[in-house]
Design a binder for this molecule. Sequence first.
Ligand SMILES: Nc1nc2c(c(=O)[nH]1)N[C@H]1C(S)=C(S)[C@@H](COP(=O)(O)OP(=O)(O)OC[C@H]3O[C@@H](n4cnc5c(=O)[nH]c(N)nc54)[C@H](O)[C@@H]3O)O[C@H]1N2
Ligand SMILES: Nc1nc2c(c(=O)[nH]1)N[C@H]1C(S)=C(S)[C@@H](COP(=O)(O)OP(=O)(O)OC[C@H]3O[C@@H](n4cnc5c(=O)[nH]c(N)nc54)[C@H](O)[C@@H]3O)O[C@H]1N2
Ligand code: SF4
Ligand SMILES: [Mo]
Length: 667
Amino acid sequence: MIRKSFCRICTSACGVLVEVDDEERVLSVRGDADNLLSHGYTCSKGRAMGHGHHREDRLLYPKIRNGDAMERVSWDEALDDVAAKLRAIIDESGPDAVGIFLGGGGYLDSAAYATAQMMRKALRTRSYYSDMTIDTVSKILVGEMIGGFAALPRPDFGRCRMTIYVGTNPLVSHGHTAMLSSPAVRMREFTTEGQVWVLDPRRSETAVKATRHLQTRPGTDYAVLAYLVRELLRDGADREYLDRHAQDVEALAEAVEGFTCARAAAISGIATEVLEEFSAAVRRAGRVSVESGTGVSMSPAANVTAWMTWALMIVTGSLDREGGAWSNPGMLTQLDNRRIPTAPEEGFRGPGPASRPDLRSVAGEYPCAAMPDEIESGNLRALINLSGNLITCMPGTERITAALRQLEVLLTVEIADNATTALSTHVLPAKDQLERPDVSLGTDFSFPELGAQFTPAVVAPRGDVRSYWWILTQIGKRMSLDFFPGVNPDTVTDDDVVALLALGARTPIDTSGEANYTVAADRAFGWLQSRADEFGGWRLAPGPLVAQLAELAPGPDLVLISRRQKNQLNSRKSADHGTTGIYVNPDDAAKRGLNDGDIAVVRSRHGELTGSVTIDPTLVSGALSVPHGFEGSCNVNQLTSADDIDPITGMPIFSNLPVELARAGNP
Ligand SMILES: Nc1nc2c(c(=O)[nH]1)N[C@H]1C(S)=C(S)[C@@H](COP(=O)(O)OP(=O)(O)OC[C@H]3O[C@@H](n4cnc5c(=O)[nH]c(N)nc54)[C@H](O)[C@@H]3O)O[C@H]1N2
Ligand SMILES: Nc1nc2c(c(=O)[nH]1)N[C@H]1C(S)=C(S)[C@@H](COP(=O)(O)OP(=O)(O)OC[C@H]3O[C@@H](n4cnc5c(=O)[nH]c(N)nc54)[C@H](O)[C@@H]3O)O[C@H]1N2
Ligand code: SF4
Ligand SMILES: [Mo]
């Protein structure tokens, strides 16, 4: 039997056809050619969905810690116990003593995501953390600073004649905040209809397929972009557009004045002639879309680089306009039809947690970097971990491991065991993507089109797993708190909850039967700009960014840069596993006498890791990479620290971190 569904491993949400036998075993998964959002595309991770469902280490029953051992218990025992402990902590220390972490597995279960937001309100805790502050916080904050709102622009595919990718590798990642299904096909289209320029210190899979690749020195993209902005402001900017829709044009011009071609070349390592060709190509294209990814957002230059991407789109009159870039307001959420307060020029930043006066909350969340201090100081006594593998995703592995052990309650909702469930006090098994109905709420803003989709559950649940929303609302009920107003977990079904989430979609979406998709006739243009016009137009030169640009210094000789792998998503163990290890440019390896397969040590100012060397000629000399998401000796977060952060956003420095490399055994 073939059942239609959509993949919820990454936010591309590709449509799939799942072949299931009479015993509810998944036989195969392939792309659904009828799906209007993905047109039949899938990647190896999506096709291995059946493996993920049937894997040996799936969590099938609730567990509670008893000393060093984890014991299988009934749902009632687990829920009663955790609820009683959370209630006691709140009664004693107040709601902030109970924190929430929303991790990768919690985002794409729409009912879980929605319940988490309501649970946060009902608990009245300010201790809310998520992957946002270890991934993309600079893009959120810079969007607020310039546009008054955390919008994430992406190319107006098909009409945009020039796409610039900075520190993102959509061929492998399928995009950072704007997703790209069938990336190879899309790249072929873009490079035929127009041009794609890629800035990346690695000759990435995307760079290979691009019109041009500028192999920049790590962390120097801001200089290249600032040069382009400077050139355009001198000649070629859309002045009429700027007069009507932007403010602080002069202040922007002043901030980028020093970025002459010669200076940008000296900083980035890109020849002056190439930079001149780049600026000529931008002028020719007229409108451009500039998209940045984790290579930028995890680096010390994150904020100023994001600023320059916006500035380039604005001076060319491309932002929120056809042929340039647009921002998806969501088919279900409909941001364009909501009244959302405008952020002040410094972004929505509030007070940080008590133990980290140097940090501020961004977009209403505490930075993840604060979590170890909050636990060590006793402010945070319990953590509800909504499917994050904290041991691999958080900065400073050793410290966060010790801190998590100190928690009185570490409740982890998961589908599989990992290094974080091993430290948890309560582990509750949730339905995986094939076992639950869903709508695309978690991907509402990331589609390349304005669209939404629905899937019914595809197979019967294994073991005694339960729905995420059910688990959380049952805990709430036992704490006398309503985590999902209007939903009684004892009587309501998964299908009811999903129908509720789909209510009020821009184009109605049927959640009563088969999987289905809806795509709007056109993208949504002009909604962001009309908001910006209300406060005088795009704010082109936010004070904190101007100050940060003036302070940026050139990087050291060897840095760690971030990188994702084709067959593995973050820490998830896939069928065709990614490979852990240290990727090194041939010259950097030769200087240290290292060959392929040698065991080497990477040291940063915070720690060290050991791994096997892979010689990688795609890397620029001076940059090495260690993929994240691995537990054990090659966990890259042994090199990072919750104290080594961007001072504005609190984002830990995960990329462009100075390191040393040596053969293992050498001091
Ligand atoms: N040094 C360094 N650190 C990094 C990064 C980096 O590049 N370098 N990347 C950062 C980024 S961008 C991110 S987003 C974070 C990601 O870090 P995490 O939030 O830990 O994300 P994942 O590893 O993708 O997934 C976490 C868990 O989700 C579970 N899961 C998968 N599917 C489901 C499901 O359907 N239901 C439930 N309940 N659970 C499910 C998986 O079993 C997995 O254990 O790491 C960050 N940390
Ligand atoms: N296959 C796969 N797909 C994924 C994930 C995964 O783990 N595996 N993770 C998902 C998640 S959580 C996220 S957040 C997205 C991230 O999606 P992307 O941001 O596209 O992440 P990467 O593929 O790591 O691409 C980052 C690129 O930045 C480059 N880079 C590093 N430093 C610099 C720099 O200083 N300047 C420039 N210009 N480039 C630099 C790297 O060489 C790399 O090519 O991917 C998602 N998709
Ligand atoms: S690109 Fe993402 S959504 Fe599509 S099949 Fe691969 S993992 Fe699934
Ligand atoms: Mo991410």
